[in-house]
Design a protein around this ligand. Structure first.
Ligand code: SF4
Length: 233
């Protein structure tokens, strides 16, 4: 049997890692992750207009290993490109929760940082990281392609150095994020994703995963339906 198969390449919280090669594999995986990212761009606002030049020949983000992806299931990065209305935020959250971990969020434009010019709008969610963890913000109204590329490079560097772990916060402090979502959408807010189940799966369940808001969710949460694949003959 190939001895390489015995090398633990994933950190297990309940298992002490003694193999000296484990760290080398971790670093190799982090490097590969940082150089092969699929990006889902949720063009919520006017800042999205700077994405096409960032993708095309002059700036060419694909040379960094980043390319657009059309579905959340295969995407690593979620780009939120501008102001987010309350109605749109629901879709952004549904998209985020469908992405597989590890997943990363970049907030582009001042509107995602603090509401920008819509700071006084009744219909706009002001601070994106109150509703989902954000890895990198790129401020500006609107940020130029150079700034978008610089933000992506910052994220790549964070992942390569093992610091791209904001996604874990969504599981560890789910009650905080859910509370902000309920405040905006009402107490009956529910997504079809079992976030607490995922937190258990990843071993990221903590004291702040649960709280008064997850209790409200439990009171009205409907069991998730099994997805049945029907094959028509
Ligand atoms: S920061 Fe400016 S360009 Fe970006 S979404 Fe807001 S208003 Fe539009």
């Amino acid at each position: 049997m190939n001895k390489l198969e015995n090398i633990p390449v994933q950190a297990k919280s309940d298992k002490k890692r003694t193999n000296p090669l484990a760290r080398v594999f971790d670093e190799l995986i982090q490097f590969c992750q940082s150089r092969s990212m699929f990006m889902l761009h949720y063009c919520t606002g006017c800042g999205a207009i700077e994405l096409p030049p960032a993708m095309t020949s002059r700036f060419d983000m694909e040379r960094l290993g980043i390319q657009p992806m059309v579905t959340p299931r295969q995407a690593d990065i979620l780009l939120v490109t501008g102001y987010v209305s309350v109605k749109t935020l629901k879709r952004v959250l549904l998209t985020y929760e469908q992405m597989q971990s590890p997943k990363y969020v970049i907030g582009i434009c001042s509107c995602t940082v603090n509401g920008g010019m819509y700071w006084q709008s009744y219909a706009t969610a002001k601070v994106l990281n109150e509703y989902m963890p954000v890895d990198v913000y790129i401020a500006g109204c609107m940020p130029r392609p150079e700034a978008v590329i610089a933000g992506l490079r910052r994220l790549m560097s964070n992942i390569e150095n093992g610091k791209g772990d904001a996604w874990k916060d969504y599981y560890k402090r789910y009650d905080y994020y859910l509370g902000n979502q309920q405040h905006l959408f009402g107490d009956d807010w529910q997504t079809p994703v079992d976030v607490i189940g995922e937190a258990k799966f990843y071993g990221l369940e903590g004291e702040e995963t649960y709280g008064e808001h997850t209790k409200i969710l439990e009171q009205h949460q409907e069991p998730l339906e099994a997805q049945v694949m029907r094959v028509k003959l």
